[in-house]
Write a protein of this length. Structure first.
Length: 209
């Protein structure tokens, strides 16, 4: 079974608290999405494999460490995941980026895919799928399905806010994918939105509502 890590770092909880406030400005909300994503990624990359390399410092030759194999790939679920990717790229600027376009049918609450573009060598990389919200878990599960269809196996999922229902559904669909959550909220409401949540992350990032 996969690992679910709920962040308890004070900085993450403080920043998520500001994001929840309905009067937080679009710019501040956008900045906080990137900052929290970077902090979550720091934890999610804790167990990446390392390899020894020989280097020369200004004083002597020595052995240092580097991440083994191909570097990472960040795959945001469009459109709200884009600013999470920006934050992660601040931490890992050499990571490659793929994109998966999903939207939720507001009547059925089911995800609909409309776009998928990945690096050619994505199957050789550690993949970090990012989306601010995990409500029903449908979009995350569908996005990961698309990756697995392309032969990708080393997959992690990162989100800012999750509902227990969404995490349970994602675990059931993909028991091999580790999940990293900024904050676990109470439940979904009758419309499939997370409570207490922070509203529609995409609308708040882009100021579209």
């Amino acid at each position: 079974m996969n690992k679910v890590t709920i962040m308890d770092h004070p900085l993450i909880q403080h920043k998520i608290g500001i994001m929840r406030v309905k009067t937080t400005s679009t710019k501040e909300f956008r900045d906080l999405v990137a900052e929290v994503a970077m902090l979550i990624c720091y934890e999610a990359t804790r167990n990446l494999p390392l390899a020894d390399i020989e280097i020369e410092t200004p004083l002597t030759k020595t052995t240092a460490k580097e991440i083994a194999g191909k570097k990472l790939c960040v795959v945001p679920i469009l459109r709200a995941g884009l600013h999470m990717a920006d934050g992660i790229l601040n931490l890992i600027p050499n990571a490659k980026v793929g994109h998966i376009g999903m939207y939720r049918n507001e009547e059925t609450l089911e995800p609909v895919e409309y776009f998928c573009k990945l690096p050619k060598d994505a199957a050789e990389r550690e993949i970090f799928v990012v989306d601010p919200m995990c409500a029903t878990g449908g979009s995350a599960a569908a996005a990961i399905n698309q990756l697995k269809k392309r032969g990708i196996t080393k997959i992690h999922f990162l989100c800012l806010i999750a509902a227990p229902e969404g995490i349970e559904a994602l675990q059931k669909a993909h028991p091999d994918v580790d999940i990293y959550v900024g904050a676990m909220d109470e439940r979904l409401n009758e419309n499939g939105y997370i409570l207490p949540g922070l509203g529609d992350a995409g609308d708040r990032i882009y100021g579209t509502k």
